[in-house]
Design a protein around this ligand. Structure first.
Ligand code: MV4
Length: 448
């Protein structure tokens, strides 16, 4: 096992990774930017190093500075968390070059899944259902028009190098396709340095459901069930739950088996997430995320598996410590993302000083978990995202989880910055949500 790990991230996920290391008896080195010099995660680590200026390009995305720090502090591995360098194939390869273990998949797997069009084709070959669409990145408008005529409008243009909903364009007819094709390739080039586009039939009002997978370096793979992530605004997830209210045990088992086969087919290692879109009861593969995800705690609460510790063990070439039939998903977990955002101002990030921070009672029991890095008096910098924590409730049933979460959100006091807490209380009281009968358009129907 590793003696020392460098945590190449910030915020609550940095805290989360350090916690796992501590429990495994592994020392940690935290890195930070200038804006984060007073961040509480630094005190939690054994050692901390400021690696650059506040802008993430100078610090959390600075591969040379991070690798140099890892070498100087004798870290044997780097955990990238999510965002930043977590899905950067070059960084993963550079770690290997320096003989430092990247805690995540191999560079080839990151690259394969980073090309969303390629990932689609590969997963189709591996036996997963995909949405009708192009079978590769399209090389001309003419090609796009031919495919659209075959699959029928509406269609959706997506950036090959995109993901997470960035740069998508809906087209209802040939004229819209012509206009959007040019604009979307230009924008994709600007945003991702790759103008490639692929096409899918546009499915309306579906559900976003994703499966957690874990695979070791010996070809053993398992799935940990699904997460329902349909509560989103502007492609930002706000609330996630496991299990999904609409997936039957039979569906979970049968798709789960196919997913595990697909994971093995591509030789995937470490933790990953397969994103699906559900329309009229059918699930279609959309993309695979090759990192630990923000919403991983709901899976941990229902499986009792510590996914971050598993990531570390797998990276250290340990064999997977459990088999599929030993995973028993129990009860129901719901996570609320607590963001410092202004509901009066279209939920714009609202950095600032937290003058009062009083978490709910019962945190740390089997029913409630709080993943955060902030404390009273902390000033949220404006350089990064607005998430300040995640509150996760577990109950024997979905309705028990909802009432535990509601009570906890009501007890939670955060003063100084506006937060998403009032919005979460609205969601938890929404009729459609309570019935489990909602899709990705739920939030459009809820206002404060
Ligand atoms: C779609 C879709 C409908 N049809 N693809 C958004 C996140 C990214 N991973 C893919 N996403 C979607 N892809 C097809 N072919 C719907 C979504 C989608 C969505 C779209 C509009 C508004 C909110 C959404 C929330 C989740 C998924």
């Amino acid at each position: 096992m590793f003696k020392r790990i460098l945590v190449a991230n910030r915020g609550e996920i940095a805290m989360r990774i350090i916690k796992a290391c501590k429990e495994m008896g592994i020392q940690t080195v935290a890195v930070c930017s200038q804006a984060d010099q007073h961040s509480p995660h630094l005190k939690f680590a054994d050692k901390s190093v400021c690696i650059g200026a506040s802008h993430s390009s100078q610090s959390y995305l600075n591969m040379q500075a991070i690798l140099q720090t890892a070498l100087q502090t004798q870290c044997q591995a780097i955990h990238p968390g999510f965002g930043f360098l977590s899905e950067n194939a070059l960084f993963s390869a550079m770690c290997n070059q320096y003989n430092i273990t990247f805690i995540g998949p191999r560079p080839t797997a990151i690259k394969l899944m980073g090309d969303k069009s390629n990932a689609r084709q590969t997963m189709k070959k591996a036996g997963l259902p995909i949405i009708p669409g192009s079978d590769k990145t399209m090389s001309s408008l003419k090609e796009a028009q031919e495919i659209a005529k075959t699959i029928g409008f509406p269609v959706l243009l997506k950036a090959t190098a995109g993901g997470g909903g960035k740069g998508m364009r809906i087209c209802h007819n040939l004229e819209e396709l012509e206009k959007n094709f040019t604009e979307a390739s230009y924008e994709a080039e600007k945003a991702f340095g790759n103008k490639g586009l692929y096409m899918e039939k546009y499915l309306i009002d579906g559900r976003h459901i994703e499966f957690q997978v874990i695979a070791d370096s010996y070809g053993n793979a398992v799935h940990l069930g699904e997460r329902e992530c349909s509560v989103q605004r502007n492609h930002q997830k706000l609330l996630e739950e496991s299990p999904s209210p609409v997936i039957t045990p039979e569906q979970r088992d049968s798709l789960g088996k196919k997913i595990v086969k697909a994971v093995q087919y591509v030789g995937y290692q470490n933790a990953g997430t397969m994103e699906f879109f559900m329309e009229q009861g059918n699930l279609y593969f959309m993309e695979m995320n090759t990192r630990i995800q923000v919403e991983h705690p709901v899976t941990e609460m229902v499986t009792q598996i510590d996914i971050v510790k598993e990531q570390i063990r797998i990276a250290a070439n340990h064999i997977l410590s459990f088999q599929q039939d030993q995973i028993a998903n129990k009860g129901h977990a719901i996570e609320c993302r607590i963001n410092a955002e202004d509901p009066e101002n279209n939920f714009r990030p609202a950095p600032g000083k937290i003058v009062r921070f009083q978490p709910p009672k019962n945190i740390g029991t089997k029913n409630l978990r709080l993943d955060t890095f902030v404390e009273e008096g902390y000033t949220i910098p404006s350089f990064y995202d607005s998430m300040i924590g995640k509150l996760i409730a577990w109950g024997e049933t979905r309705s028990e989880a909802i009432s535990i979460l509601k009570k906890a959100l009501e007890e939670f006091v955060i003063l100084g910055v506006p937060t998403t807490i009032p919005l979460h209380l609205k969601i938890l009281q929404n009729e459609a949500f309570v019935q489990g009968n909602y899709n990705t358009s739920l939030l459009k129907k809820i206002s404060l």
